[in-house]
Design a protein around this ligand. Structure first.
Ligand code: AMP
Ligand code: GLY
Length: 424
């Protein structure tokens, strides 16, 4: 069969790598893709938000299944456009992708269905938000309602900071229309765990847990980024945590969406915080995490096409997801300066070092071919160097070893990805 993957990051490279393993697949296209994806898929020069063009491409080329990797097209309704054309597509419709697209919606859903999350209030009037803050306990968390590249969350330690935050989000519109509405929520403490799942509208199957490192610098300092590295599984995701989440969070979310007439098919990514009162939902995403996908999909034993088709067809309960016992660590090689300003177009060398090495992956994120045919940097997050090992410590040593195999002039990485493993 022929498969089209929509997106261009490390996550989509990991998805394409999993699809390429399926004996059922003869041909992979990726729109728009990147220089690494081009080694296993034919890259198509259509952007992820060009829904009509993508659907026309899928029709003309007899695509059997389209997989949407990114949040923006999902929230924008790409799945509805494909379905209206009679095309098979993996991902939630617009009315279900709102689970990620609106934090105010997701908080109201959790409240209505008693799914554990931080206490909160939603605001669409900055004056009311400011008045609420006067009597609120600090620290406090402000969240722009809509999509903001993972950057629309402000943790404020003082009333002054919080007031400035309301101004930034709701009045100065730092995150654009995403800040028309804002969630103000209680500050929680605890370890964070990411749990990705496949959902078929009715039933849900959980993948192996992971942990992201969102801050730019070592020791969780610096600005929030899309994610600087991950490890999987998380040793903090214990059997007790799993049982609690199965009882109160996972199926409850799928059932809540169905009850609201927003049947969810695709990936639900649960951002959890393990608090003293038990696990609570920090946020939902409607797609694989990036770089969570890199450490989870490389360990999945199932044929990803079987699983995704079962989601589309509503037969997920007939499958059992299986993961290797191995652990995986992904270290992001970024452009120095990310997430603010950085240079692009710099040549990357050393890819040949990965050839023939089974447990090592060099997932491309911001890369492209220049006019001379060289692979150059083309974004803030450039590569996701990933390795598998018999345990997390071995995987981490191998991943860091492999970061030395690659060179570009403004290469930057965190040196403490997976350090938390030592405390487990
Ligand atoms: P979100 O995009 O909602 O996951 O938020 C981004 C990051 O902000 C999370 O990964 C947490 O580190 C932090 N965060 C979000 N909500 C809270 C909260 N209620 N309490 C403490 N930290 C939070
Ligand atoms: N790595 C976090 C995310 O994909 O949202």
């Amino acid at each position: 069969m022929k498969v089209l993957v929509v997106g261009s990051g490390g996550r989509e490279h990991a998805i394409c790598t999993a699809v390429a393993k399926s004996p059922r697949v003869d041909k992979i296209y990726c729109a728009p893709g990147n220089a690494g994806i081009a080694a296993i898929a034919e890259c198509v020069a259509i952007q992820a938000m060009e829904f009509e063009k993508l659907a026309a491409f899928a029709k003309e080329n007899g695509i059997d299944l389209t997989i949407i990797g990114m949040d923006d097209p999902l929230v924008g309704g790409i799945v509805d456009v494909f379905e209206a054309e009679g095309l098979r597509v993996f991902g939630p419709r617009k009315n279900a992708a709102i689970l990620e697209g609106s934090k105010a919606f997701s908080k109201d859903l959790m409240k209505k269905y008693n799914i554990p999350t931080a206490a909160y209030e939603n605001f669409d009037d900055p004056q009311k938000a400011l008045a609420y803050l006067e009597t609120a306990k600090m620290p406090i968390v402000l969240k722009a309602d809509g999509l903001a590249l993972g950057k629309g969350v402000l943790i404020c330690n003082t009333l002054e900071e919080a007031k400035a935050g309301v101004k930034e989000i709701m009045e100065d519109k730092k995150f654009g229309p995403a800040g028309n509405t804002m969630v103000i929520e209680e500050f929680m403490t605890g370890r964070e765990v990411s749990v990705l799942s496949f959902v078929d509208g009715k039933s849900i199957q959980i993948m192996s847990s992971a942990q992201d490192h969102k801050r730019a610098k070592d020791g969780d300092q610096g600005l929030n980024t899309g994610g600087m590295g991950t490890f999987s599984p998380s040793p903090f995701y214990t059997k007790e945590v799993d049982e609690f989440c199965k009882k109160y969070i996972y199926q409850a979310t799928v059932d809540a969406m169905a009850k609201e007439g927003r049947e969810f098919k695709g990936i639900i990514f649960f951002g959890l915080m393990l608090t003293e009162e038990g696990p609570k939902v920090l946020e939902y995403n409607a797609r694989f995490g990036d770089p969570e996908a890199q450490v989870v999909l490389c360990r999945m034993k199932n044929d990803i096409i079987d699983v995704m088709e079962a989601c589309v067809d509503g037969t997920l309960d007939t499958l059992k997801l299986e993961f290797e016992d191995q652990a995986a660590v992904c270290v992001v090689l970024a452009s120095d300066g990310y997430p603010l300003a950085y240079d692009k177009g710099l040549e990357i060398t050393g890819f040949e070092n990965f050839e023939g090495k089974d447990d090592y992956y060099c997932f491309h994120a911001g890369t492209k071919f220049d006019d001379a045919g060289r692979i150059v940097t083309n974004g803030g997050r450039v590569l996701g160097i990933t390795a598998k090992g018999s345990d997390l410590k071995e995987a981490r040593v191998k991943a860091y070893e492999a970061t030395e195999w690659i060179w570009f002039a403004n290469k930057y990485m965190r040196h403490d990805i997976g350090k938390a493993i030592d405390e487990a």
